[in-house]
Design a protein around this ligand. Sequence first.
Ligand code: ZN
Length: 359
Amino acid sequence: MYPPFEAEIHDENIYARGVSDNKGDLIARLQAISILQKNGGLPCRVKFLIEGEEEIGSPTLEKVLQKYAHLFHADASIWEWSQKNKEEKIEIIMGVKGMCYMQLECEGSDLDIHSQYGSVLDNPAWRLIQALSTMRTVDNQIVVEGFYDNIVQPSEELMQWSRDYPFDAKAAKEIFGLKRPLIVNEKEARDAFLFEPTMTVCGFESGYIGEGAKTILPKRSQAKLDCRLVPGQDPEDIFNKIRKHLDRHGFDDIHVRMLSTLMPFRSNINHPFTKKVIKTAKRVYGENNIALLPNFGGSGPMSLFGQYLGNEKPIVSIGCSWWDDRIHAPNESIRIADFKQAIHYMVELFLTFGKMDAI
Ligand SMILES: [Zn+2]
């Protein structure tokens, strides 16, 4: 195990917590600027916004963007992260899924009760399980009324792009040590990953789960639930629909709190800026080593920037990671060769932007 808060170099990799997601990207960009400054200066104006709260849903970012909106005017934006996939193609990513993160709670009593009363008293663990199970079927369809309404179907061009994205079920089985089959057929996995919204029970807690048996009827239960959203869906609207669904199904006592929200976002893929980002990548990484992705499977506050930069302004995400970098896990790493290539790419991009007319 490598120490998380030191950077250790071993076998052509740098090991450190957050090095792939996403300190490496930031340093690669600073390095590129430093190289340009030592060689005649920056060819275009560059602004950085470095935020440390992305992993907890960026709770402060909007206030900062509101207050300092005038400082963030820009023609376009380069976002934080991307990776080389299993085929060693560098991903260029144009958007993110949105997020509606909720906490559900069910209270039954002031104290845990002897389970002999199970024939008489309601059980908050069962109740929350039953409430959750009204929202998603055993074949994984989300059945909250109106959940799929308003989804903007991806264009044929976006679908075409997604074909560059290999969702490798075999690799997923190996990396995650999967004990269960995928919930979609393998051919549909790629489109599902990119274009489908999700509803995930992230955690569930109730009663006694220590060693051995303890016969209690728990006093309360709670669950954390996240919904990843696609363009056309709005987290506030989804939250309201879930609240209404629970009420309609007789679960009006289940308390639901929204913990964080993010809007989904997808850039204009035909913008001249986007085209330059792709063209430059082909020059640096090789014509056939590019994978274009309409969006991440994950989320981030991209829509806020869309809003404050102006919605027609493109945002493109690029970076220096690799598919097996173990992000969010011990021994996170980047490959030094990828890091160097990302610096080179950033230098070339700045030079390219410097030659562009106002966009
Ligand atoms: Zn992360």
